[in-house]
Design a protein around this ligand. Structure first.
Ligand code: ASP
Length: 412
């Protein structure tokens, strides 16, 4: 019998899980462990993968000048696409006006959500960890990336014997982590099944009821989804086609497994190992590029989140009947960008970061309670867009560095 391809298996798992979550909500306990094991394995592999991949990638880039050029291109792409995403969001939310006339009686208590208090300056300062083991223990991505960059960079300045030894060590370490990643990927359909079944069972009643009472919440969801679709299926493919000269459909196919995983786990960090595997093995981008561009992207490039921050803040302003001037809207745009950069690649991180945008323009923080009910669902979509944008960036940058891509493992 012909084996069903993994991305189809994942898709089937998602559909079955939705049915399971809707009709057998009382039994999700029996399947939740599959999701937990899968998430734990992904989280387990992320820190050592980032360390070895960046260290080996950067050590192989060689000179500081090349690294600087790569860094500049990467950051420019990330800022540009995030801004494009926010602009799309701002346009859509002003066009549809989902919040105008919303029922404020639906504000939910925001429990257990600590309001983001870390300023942008603090985030920058905290990139340097006091203790690297603490950074590993807490999965502090930016700190791990920073440390790995230093390791990779200074390996090249060692004496030949030590240099060769450490270069081999990080290269082998990276190869090993990728092997473990490939092994974990085999379990994706089961993991995804467990995660989605639990999410659906937990969310379905509340969300459906709330959307039922409040048409405005439904409209808000539609606004976010439409803006995400425009960004992911029009703006980014145009960049792929005209700047990277890559066929968007082919690239989409190469990314099917990571995208479905991002959607299911709502975590770009947890998806990172799968994204790296796909971009290296299915798109043929070198480790030199992926090791630098993708971990950084999973941490700071969140187009979906950026767009969502802007729409959510504008929705809250509309719901409270607060007119925002042009300048204030520019403020929303700027802080949405910062919030998306600061958001961790974990589920619902974006929701907490909205407090940054709301505080900056003086909107009521309780407004977050208005959108709480549908955040988990929107998180799935925006995380997929976050990962999609990282992947587009990696091929664009690879092309600009003169690499020849190879999509031969993807059926066109
Ligand atoms: N869950 C998103 C991610 O991991 C972040 C967010 O909540 O917007 O990319």
């Amino acid at each position: 019998m012909k084996k069903i391809e993994l991305h189809w298996q994942i898709l089937i798992a998602i559909i079955l899980a939705i049915v399971f979550g809707l009709f057998f909500a009382d039994y999700v306990l029996y399947v939740s462990w599959m999701g937990e094991l899968f998430m734990k394995s992904l989280k387990m592999i992320v820190a050592p993968l980032i360390l070895t991949s960046i260290a080996s990638g950067v050590a192989n880039i060689g000179s500081g000048g090349n690294l600087g050029k790569l860094g500049f291109k990467t950051i420019s792409y990330y800022l540009l696409t995030s801004m494009l995403a926010i602009t799309t969001g701002l346009f859509m939310v002003n066009l549809i006006q989902p919040g105008t006339g919303a029922d404020l009686g639906l504000v939910q208590e925001v429990e257990g959500l600590s309001v983001a208090t870390e300023s942008f300056g603090d985030t920058l300062i905290n990139i340097i960890p006091e203790n690297i083991f603490e950074a590993f223990a807490n999965n502090q991505m930016l700190s791990i990336i920073f440390f790995a960059l230093l390791v990779g960079f200074f390996i090249t300045s060692l004496k030949e014997k030590n240099k060769t030894f450490l270069l081999n060590t990080v290269n082998s370490g990276f190869e090993l982590m990728m092997k473990i990643t490939t092994f974990i990927i085999m379990f994706t359909p089961y993991g995804v099944f467990g995660i989605i079944a639990v999410t659906v069972a937990e969310q379905s009643e509340d969300t459906a009821a709330l959307i039922g009472i409040s048409k405005r919440l439904g409209l808000y969801m539609i606004t976010v989804l439409l803006a995400l679709i425009i960004h992911a299926l029009i703006v980014l493919p145009l960049i792929l086609k005209f700047l990277a000269k890559v066929k968007p459909q082919l690239h989409l196919k190469s990314m099917s497994i990571p995208l479905l995983t991002a959607f299911s786990t709502s975590s770009s960090s947890a998806t990172l190992p799968l994204t790296m595997e796909a971009i290296e093995n299915k798109a043929g981008v070198s480790n030199k590029i992926t090791s630098f561009v993708l971990p950084l992207g999973a941490t700071i490039n969140m187009d979906g989140t950026a767009l969502y921050e802007c729409i959510a803040a504008m929705f809250i302003a509309q719901a409270y009947g607060i007119e925002l001037s042009f300048i204030e809207q520019i403020f929303v745009v700027a802080t949405s960008l910062l919030a998306s950069i600061g958001a961790a690649g974990i589920p619902m991180a974006g929701l907490v970061m909205i407090s940054v945008v709301l505080t900056a323009v003086g909107l009521p923080l309780e407004g977050i309670g208005l959108i709480l009910a549908v955040d988990r669902i929107l998180d799935m979509f925006r995380t997929a867009v976050n990962v999609w944008s990282d992947s587009c960036g990696s091929v664009l940058i690879a092309k600009s560095e003169g690499e020849v891509l190879n999509y031969s493992k993807v059926k066109s």
